[in-house]
Design a protein around this ligand. Structure first.
Ligand SMILES: [Zn+2]
Ligand SMILES: [Zn+2]
Length: 251
């Protein structure tokens, strides 16, 4: 079987891309997320989930729903979306629609929901099948969605101590992101062009390093916030006391 992507799925990914390109870098974006509903107790599908990137803290959660239909968003859609927001603890929501919304929908949206019009035909210029393939062997046709670009720095001393300039700081830029089907974390090092796949649920995993062999490595784990909500977290381990959370995916 070959990779088949439906138009609505491409639309959802395009919205994820637009959001990731516009929000602050201390927030992370998960396309096609599944989050446990606090009220319903069910696993809820969320087109685009936006959470704090560096902390186990889901108190500023934003969710995005791309409406998969060719009629206007109405008051019932907004009410269903507000119910979803409450269930997953989102403080703000974006309801994206290709054909506009009714006046009643706008009233019901109030401050908590932003209704945005994004034309469906924009997907002609957008192709997620050009993204890197997911490296999880159990994942079929997943693609990696990059949404973070952390730079690690390394301070190096010249070999010759009398050299002009003394200590130098070198920067190593990475891309981090998640598979849009299974959610697996991936890290790409732009220096050596290595791509790493980092599982969060493997207790035997002791970490991953790119071909640069620099003094840091990548490791993922599952963490809980104060209310008991779980998230997978990707860490850059720079030293015993220097572990940074670089990306997250709540579930
Ligand atoms: Zn995958
Ligand atoms: Zn590297």
């Amino acid at each position: 079987m070959k990779e088949v992507r439906r138009d609505w799925e491409i639309y959802e990914r395009m919205i994820a891309r637009l959001m990731a390109d516009q929000i602050e870098t201390d927030l992370c974006v998960t396309p096609n997320a599944r989050v446990a509903g606090r009220i319903s107790g069910r696993s809820r599908q969320i087109d685009v989930l936006i959470d704090a990137r560096h902390d186990t803290d889901n108190s500023r959660r934003i969710i995005v729903d791309a409406k998969k239909r060719k009629r206007k968003v109405d008051v019932t859609d907004v009410e269903a979306f507000r119910g979803l927001m409450e269930d997953v603890g989102a403080t703000h929501g974006y309801l994206i629609c290709p054909v506009g919304h009714t006046r009643a929908a706008e009233k019901r949206a109030q401050m908590a929901v932003s209704i945005c019009l994004v034309a469906f035909d924009h997907i002609q210029d957008f192709d997620p099948s050009t993204w890197p393939r997911c490296m999880n062997s159990r994942c079929e046709y997943g693609r990696v969605f990059w949404d973070g670009y952390p730079e690690m720095t390394l301070t190096v001393a010249p070999f010759d101590p009398t050299a002009v300039g003394g200590l130098r700081t070198l920067g190593f830029v990475h891309r981090v992101g998640k598979c849009d089907r299974c959610g697996r974390f991936h890290v790409h090092c732009t220096t050596c062009d290595d791509t790493l796949s980092i599982p969060e649920d493997d207790d035997a995993d002791i970490g991953h390093r790119c071909r640069c062999k620099l003094p840091w490595f990548w490791l993922a784990s599952i963490e809980k916030d104060e209310e008991g909500s779980k998230s997978a977290e990707l860490h850059a381990v720079m030293g015993i006391d220097n572990i940074m959370t670089i990306d997250r995916r709540a579930f």
